[in-house]
Design a protein around this ligand. Structure first.
Ligand code: NAD
Length: 472
């Protein structure tokens, strides 16, 4: 079935549209390929009211039934994976096979999170009394998602909120609303009305949501700048918040690695999804002894791996997802060039669309913008080091603290270094790994709270201690 390019919102399990619409652009061509409703206060109020009505019933639904509904939801995603993947590539740009991996990954995640539980804990049991801690859902959750992993990150929020008994109003990014809206259309019959509402809108809608008094919690993934605004907005009525924000992740490569063996994985850790990954390697620290060898191998990969329209089979990298981000990354590259830094560019890219050659920056100074800022695009600084203490200090010298990696044949030494990195995740001889059972979150300005694992579920519940006397 060809993808529907004007899916509608889901409010109270019904189709909902509005008078104005957003244009959705294919970043591989720059052309408008679809439309999404541009909701405002009226539609938001309807969605919040529907979620509030649904909350008592969903909270009282046995956990096993909630899990079953989420498993059905995941199954529906798998059944429609091809249709959703095509829509995804058209609005996002990522190659079709990788788009399908995201849809299947979302289904895997929903099943994985739905298995987790926050059972009642007995924290005291004496002859006189028993004290139980129950974990109650919070109420209606506001979920706001960015454009870089639109379906996967939506699936995280849906699964966490719903398995714990909350109801949800979810907003995709205005750059990538279509696949998420379609997902809502395809799953309307699987959940009670109002449990999951999906609305879309332009830049005005996020702030309307975060200041809406009907929400008990905000689950947000996006930039640190927006995260700060959300925290301010949430303060007014003490909404609970989880903020998954930006990163400027360092990978440290020690001199004992096998360069040939790890080069491609290192490369993908930085350039997968054209570098638009929160936990991508954004600063690659390479030991002096292997610097030239690894740099030249990475440059060779940049020259040979194909970049182009994600609908064309064989392309490994797509465009930058939207015009604003494209301009920002180009400006960062041009600034590096004007500062006299050495750029090692990859192979040719299409002339139309938001494409840029995969680019390495050869040992820029530590205070260059391309090192200090999160590029969130296909440009990677390679930085020389010779001393372990010094490189750890450089890796930690950032306001961010999302993830990091250490590459070495000496795993014990790598673990010692990992313990000294101020980040929420550290990978050793791997990258971009995550799983529904493993908490992911940022230190410092990379976030507040975690997603995934039981710790992720805890962000969607509140403890309630019940004191039960042994005799009346
Ligand atoms: P963004 O902050 O611009 O937008 C994210 C979402 O917030 C969008 O849906 C947007 O419409 C909405 N929004 C914008 N302004 C808002 C406001 N004032 N109030 C409420 N909502 C608002 O981020 P982006 O450019 O879409 O995403 C890229 C950023 O996301 C990068 O910094 C990246 O590192 C980060 N990110 C973090 C994680 C993580 O898990 N930590 C995962 C993916 C992306």
């Amino acid at each position: 079935m060809p993808p529907r390019l004007a899916p509608l919102m889901t409010i109270d399990a019904q189709s909902a549209e509005c008078a104005s619409q957003l244009n959705v652009i294919n970043p591989a061509t720059g052309e408008v390929i679809g439309h999404a409703p541009d909701a405002g206060q009226y539609e938001l109020d309807l969605a919040v009211a529907a979620a509030q009505r649904a909350f008592p019933g969903w909270k009282a639904t046995p956990r096993a039934e909630r899990q079953q509904a989420l498993n059905q939801f995941a199954k529906r995603l798998v059944e429609h994976a091809d249709e959703l993947a095509r829509l995804f590539t058209l609005e996002h740009g990522r190659p079709l096979n990788q788009a399908k991996e995201e849809i299947l990954g979302a289904a895997h995640w929903i099943r994985g999170i739905a298995q987790l539980d926050t059972p009642v804990e007995i924290v005291e049991e004496t002859a006189q009394r028993r004290v139980e801690v129950h974990y109650d859902p919070l109420g209606v959750v506001c979920a706001i998602v960015p454009w870089n992993f639109p379906v996967l990150l939506a699936s995280w929020k849906i699964s966490h909120a719903l398995i714990t008994g909350n109801t949800l109003v979810l907003k995709p990014s205005p750059f990538t609303p279509l696949t998420t809206l379609r997902l809502g259309e395809l799953t309307r019959d699987l959940l009670p009305a109002g449990v999951l509402n999906i609305i879309s809108g332009g830049d005005h809608l996020g702030p309307l949501m975060t200041s809406h008094p009907g929400f008990a919690k905000i689950s947000f993934t996006g930039s640190t700048a927006t995260g700060r605004r959300i925290m301010e907005s949430a303060a007014r009525d003490l909404k609970r918040i989880t903020l998954e924000l930006g990163g400027n992740d360092a990978a440290i490569v020690l001199p004992d690695v096998d360069v040939e063996q790890i080069a491609q994985q290192l490369f993908m850790g930085a350039f997968f999804n054209s570098g638009q990954v929160c936990v991508a390697c954004k600063r690659l620290y390479i030991h002096d002894a292997i610097y030239e060898q690894l740099r030249d191998r990475l440059h060779q990969l940049a020259q040979n791996l194909p970049v182009g329209d994600g609908m064309v089979e064989g392309n490994v990298f797509g465009p930058i997802q939207n015009l604003a981000q494209y301009r920002r990354v180009l400006q960062m590259r041009d600034e590096a060039r004007e500062a006299g830094l050495t750029l090692l560019e990859g192979g040719p890219v299409p002339e139309t669309g938001y494409f840029m050659p995969l680019t390495l920056v050869d040992n820029p100074p530590e205070d260059a913008r391309v090192v200090t800022e999160e590029a969130f695009g296909p440009i990677l600084p390679l930085l020389r080091f010779s001393d372990i203490d010094e490189v750890i200090a450089r890796a930690n010298a950032t306001e961010y603290g999302l993830a990091g990696a250490v590459w070495s044949k000496d795993v014990d030494q790598a673990v010692t270094i990992a313990k000294r990195l101020d980040t929420g995740t550290v990978w050793i001889n791997q990258n971009l790994e995550s799983s529904p059972g493993i908490p992911l979150g940022g230190h410092k300005q990379s976030g507040f709270g975690v997603e995934n694992g039981v710790a992720g579920l805890m962000e969607f519940v509140q403890p309630k201690s019940i004191f039960i006397p042994k005799s009346a």
